[in-house]
Design a protein around this ligand. Structure first.
Ligand code: SF4
Length: 490
């Protein structure tokens, strides 16, 4: 079955102030200030509770060049950096797209962003849509994309269709993106976005691109970039199913909130998307804002294992008294889980024999959560082998609903954390709901680690120490065993 992905995300706009003046845009302001931190945090918490895993930190270009703006370029990047850290703390992976910034600022933001983005839009520098857009120059955007490539930042870019560009322009734009990717290998997805006329803008009366042109452009993108993830926004394309047929395989960020660029085009709810895609034989799956293929290229398994085998700075407090445990309920949005109990009575232990594999295969796709037990004294290599095998089963048999890692009381906290971190990092996007419970009763709720996992791996300064601190910050609160267990959802 073909799988179409999306990222459940919330958009945080640091400011609406933008120095450019694209003629199709109703997003920009000349006088907006910075979003209050309390508001940003409240939005993130709300999004996390709604199941989001991504915070798209998005603004226009160079707001500091507008008279009266609160901060200069460094101050603005520092503020965005702070928002990204806040997102990580609140359990969301940031993906920043704030226009062109200096390479040193890009490098700074890379520390807290598993991926970033900037629309190339078009390589035609003389489109009417950009006349008057001070500084929206192709050279500047290409320079930025190259800087991102040199820094090895997993990157999202794309083409804007229907702004008077020619067919040759579209081909050249996609070809340019391909060339960048061939040079740096950092483009993880391409957005094929259609112009939508916004009231109150100079292009309010401009015709929108016909649906056939979008189909044609997706086909072109697929032909030019056969292995690339091609993303289309489902809220801007009533015919998004046709675009999937034409080769698109990703729907980008789907938010419970509005699309801040096109606020009158609501996102269809994921269950509706799932039904529409099922009609053409496609499945829908959530992803994180960084693709494991990109990470795999840049983060060889050996490096992962070495890092995981030597988490020297990990310190984990033992679980304490009952407290307000953070909920580990992360709404999948793709239908509620139905309980299922496997006939096999025992937990998975360090090895996974044929009968257990058969039982797990039988349960796959039925929203079942296998259990994996850590026992004192067993080897780390065996644990990793079993976790890897579980991942393979998960991928080949059609999605378990998560994984519960249990630990005997004698298993030291560091080992529990290491196992969880490995599962979180390596199983990554395919298995976002990994839970960890203590075998002696109370369970550890681990909200937010789905973000910590990816971030720890791809962003060096976010260290194992950070991961441990995240756990500590979340209180390591024990939960009753009934909350996490075989056949149930946390
Ligand atoms: S499209 Fe982006 S860069 Fe252009 S005016 Fe709008 S916010 Fe600014």
């Amino acid at each position: 079955m073909r799988i179409v992905t999306f990222s459940r995300s919330i958009t945080i706009v640091p400011t609406y102030t933008c120095h450019l003046r694209c003629r199709y845009c109703s997003f920009w302001s000349a006088t907006d200030g910075l979003i209050p931190r309390s508001q940003a945090r409240a939005l993130m918490r709300q999004a996390y509770r709604a199941g989001c895993r991504e915070a798209l930190i998005m603004s226009g270009d160079a707001p500091w060049l507008e008279p009266g703006f609160a901060v200069n370029d460094q101050g603005y990047v520092d503020f965005v950096f702070e928002l990204c850290e806040m997102a990580l703390h609140e359990g969301l992976l940031p993906h920043t797209n704030i226009g062109v910034v200096a390479p040193r600022h890009l490098e700074q933001l890379h520390q807290v962003n598993p991926s970033m983005g900037l629309m190339l839009e078009s390589v035609n520098d003389d489109l009417p849509a950009h006349r008057g857009a001070r500084g929206k120059r192709v050279a500047a955007r290409l320079g930025f994309l190259r800087a991102a490539g040199e820094l090895r930042i997993p990157f999202t870019t794309g083409i804007l269709v229907g702004i008077d560009e020619s067919a040759a322009d579209r081909r050249a734009t996609l070809g340019t993106i391909r060339g960048l990717h061939e040079q740096y290998g950092h483009i993880q997805e391409i957005i094929v976005q259609n112009f939508r006329a916004r009231p109150g803008t100079p292009m309010a009366g401009h015709p929108e691109p016909p649906p056939e042109l979008m189909v044609e452009t997706v086909e072109l993108a697929r032909a030019i970039l056969p292995a690339m993830s091609i993303q289309i926004p489902p809220n801007l394309n009533a015919n998004y199913v046709d675009l999937v047929r034409a080769g698109a395989n990703d729907l980008g960020g789907v938010s419970p909130d509005v699309d801040h660029i096109n606020p009158d085009h609501r996102f269809p709810p994921p269950p509706d998307i799932e039904r529409a895609l099922a009609a053409i034989g496609c499945g829908l799956r959530e992803r994180l804002p960084v693709y494991p293929e990109v990470r795999a290229d840049w983060s060889p398994a050996a490096r992962r294992l070495r890092a995981i085998a030597a988490p020297a700075d990990v310190r984990l407090e033992a679980p304490g008294a009952a407290a307000d445990a953070p909920t580990s309920e992360r709404r999948s949005g793709l239908g509620s889980a139905s309980s299922l109990r496997l006939p096999a009575p025992d937990d998975l232990v360090c090895t996974l024999d044929a009968s257990r594999e058969a039982a797990l295969r039988a349960a796959a796709g039925r929203r079942y959560r296998p259990r994996f037990s850590l026992r004192a004294g067993e080897g780390w290599a065996e644990r990793v082998a079993t976790l890897d095998r579980l991942r393979t089963l998960h991928l080949s048999s059609g999605a378990f609903d998560g994984l519960v890692i249990r630990a005997e009381p004698a298993v030291p906290p560091e080992e529990r954390l290491r196992a969880l971190a490995y599962a979180r990092l390596y199983l990554g996007k395919e298995w976002p709901d990994v839970g960890l419970s203590w075998a002696d009763g109370p369970a550890l709720a681990l909200d937010g680690l789905s973000v910590g996992g990816s971030a720890v791996w791809d962003v060096p300064p976010v260290s194992w120490g950070w991961l441990a601190a995240e756990l500590a910050a979340r209180g390591l609160a024990p939960r009753r065993p009934a909350a996490v267990g075989v056949g149930g959802r946390a």
